[in-house]
Design a binder for this molecule. Structure first.
Ligand code: FMN
Length: 191
């Protein structure tokens, strides 16, 4: 069974991307994945700063997330688009986790949380284009860290109108696309 971590690149309480990530997590569970959903708001990490790292090392919450990432076969990431690129929260999280640390577990390389992991990208935005401009940037970042990012991706535009009061996706085409990508991720991550 493939182990899949699902999270959003937004900490906002009413985040559209958290809603999307929760739907994808359930889809991945239904597809037989061993799924963990994580809310990054529960793992606050300071902005990356070289002096802070030199003085205090990797923040405790980043170490926790790093261990969690290393234990997975794949990730489903639902990220907002900020100024045509990935959210600062997501980039900051990846930057901290990509630092080399001597954790004594044989996973010292900064690539360890990402190398060989399969990733599915999705994203929700109220705008018309979803997060389609941010996705190539996220693909580049993760690929450089050794992850295998699936070619298929799901940008959800007009996302403020897409979720019902229970958080389900009301548009059947979008619901099917999210489900299909979550299933593909579970399958590919298990190989
Ligand atoms: C600084 C900033 C930049 C943004 N840039 C974009 C953008 O380039 N494209 C876009 O579709 N939406 C953009 N937005 C709108 C966000 O997509 C929207 O706020 C979204 O709901 C945030 O994700 P969340 O609901 O998961 O928190 C931007 C929002 C902020 C705060």
């Amino acid at each position: 069974m493939s182990k899949v971590l699902v999270f959003a690149g937004s900490a906002r309480r009413d985040s559209l991307n958290k809603k999307l990530a929760r739907v994808a997590a359930q889809n991945a569970r239904d597809a037989g994945g061993e799924v963990t959903y994580v809310d990054l708001d529960e793992y606050p990490i300071p902005l990356y700063h070289g002096d802070l790292e030199a003085k205090e090392g990797m923040p405790e919450n980043a170490v926790k997330l790093r261990d969690l990432f290393i234990a997975q076969d794949g990730f489903i990431i639902a990220s907002p688009e900020n100024n045509s690129s990935v959210s600062s929260l997501l980039k900051n999280t990846i930057d901290w986790l990509s630092r080399d640390i001597g954790d004594g577990k044989g996973n010292n390389s900064g690539y360890a949380p990402f190398t060989g992991k399969t990733v599915a990208m999705m994203g929700a935005s109220p705008g018309a284009f979803g997060t389609v401009r941010a996705m190539p940037h996220l693909r580049q970042i993760l690929s450089a860290l050794g992850a295998n990012v699936l070619g298929r991706q799901v940008p959800v535009g007009g996302a403020h109108k897409v979720f019902d009061a229970e958080g389900a996706i009301s548009d059947p085409k979008i619901a099917a696309a999210v489900k299909s990508l979550a299933e593909a991720l579970v399958k590919a991550a298990g190989r």
